[in-house]
Design a protein around this ligand. Structure first.
Ligand code: SF4
Ligand code: SF4
Ligand code: F3S
Length: 267
């Protein structure tokens, strides 16, 4: 990979909270500095780049023309469709237009996080801006979905590393997620699973079962229906993940988790 020309990446931001970027910059394996400075050429990212305004938009156009069909388009957040996209404006135009324009000549498209992959909080009922996941507006190309709110840093850089190393898109499941990170449920590898199997549950917060580290299913854990790598890769350099910190999984990498009673709901 060291001898290859760095692959240009254009990283767009629609309706979002920016925590996918916050997660990405904490990647330890590989270190994000190696990804950004040695592996890819992050030519446009209106959150991280030094330039702004017309200069930044000019770089976007220049990169698209120079590397037509060769750049990776990474999208964080999603487009709102209501009122012709006026709820998210970038460079004086609706993000919807920027997204369609940049997707046209991309070699591959990555949807970072649950916003771009599924819609997430801004698409939760009643979705006043009519925010939609990016596959609703880009229909002529495969999209690599890397869901999670946010996704794990090493999952994000792992997907990029795979693409740069093998020159192809990783194997995806039927929903467009890389199988290498999303083929198992949190529940399948959860270290509290023996308690689930033994019928030992936390019945309410801070009870005896909670102190003993019992299973969190009865206080709303969505691990049995959530596909993500948290119970294997974990967060913060493999230190921990929500269940290890004492709270059930809220299913943040699943489609529509905001509307499925994930927050402090037993069902
Ligand atoms: Fe933020 Fe979650 Fe959307 Fe990522 S997926 S931008 S963390 S709201
Ligand atoms: Fe499954 Fe959640 Fe219990 Fe872990 S805490 S065993 S993921 S139900
Ligand atoms: Fe999200 Fe559940 Fe992992 S809430 S961070 S998928 S443990």
């Amino acid at each position: 990979m060291e001898t290859k020309e760095r692959t240009p990446v254009l990283w767009l931001h629609g309706l979002e909270c920016t925590c996918c970027s916050e997660s990405f910059i904490r990647s330890a394996h590989p270190l994000v500095k190696d990804v950004v400075l040695s592996m890819i050429s992050l030519d446009y990212d209106d959150t991280l780049m030094a330039s702004a305004g017309h200069q930044a938009e000019a770089i976007l156009e220049e990169t698209m023309q120079k590397y037509k069909g060769k750049y990776i388009l990474a999208v964080e957040g999603n487009p709102p469709l209501n009122e012709d996209g006026m709820f998210c404006i970038v460079g004086g135009k609706p993000f919807l237009d920027q997204l369609k324009h940049a997707a046209k000549d991309a070699a591959a498209i990555i949807a970072w996080g649950s916003c771009a992959s599924w819609g997430c909080v801004q698409a939760a009922r009643p979705n006043p801006t009519q925010a939609v996941p990016i596959h609703k507006v880009i229909k002529d190309k495969p999209i690599i979905k890397v869901p999670g709110c946010p996704p794990i840093a090493e999952v994000m850089t792992g997907v990029i590393t795979y693409m740069l190393t093998f020159g192809k898109v990783p194997e995806l499941d039927r929903q467009g997620r890389p199988k290498m990170f999303y083929s198992q449920r949190i529940h399948d590898k959860c270290y509290r699973r023996p308690h689930f199997d033994a019928g030992q549950f936390v019945e309410q917060w801070d009870d005896e079962g909670a102190r003993k580290g019992y299973c969190l299913y009865k206080v709303g854990c969505k691990g049995p229906t959530t596909y993500n790598a948290c119970s294997t890769v974990r967060w913060n350099e493999g230190t921990s993940f929500p269940i290890q910190a004492g709270h059930g999984c809220i299913g943040c990498s699943e489609d529509g988790f905001w509307d499925k009673g994930s927050f402090y709901d037993r069902l």
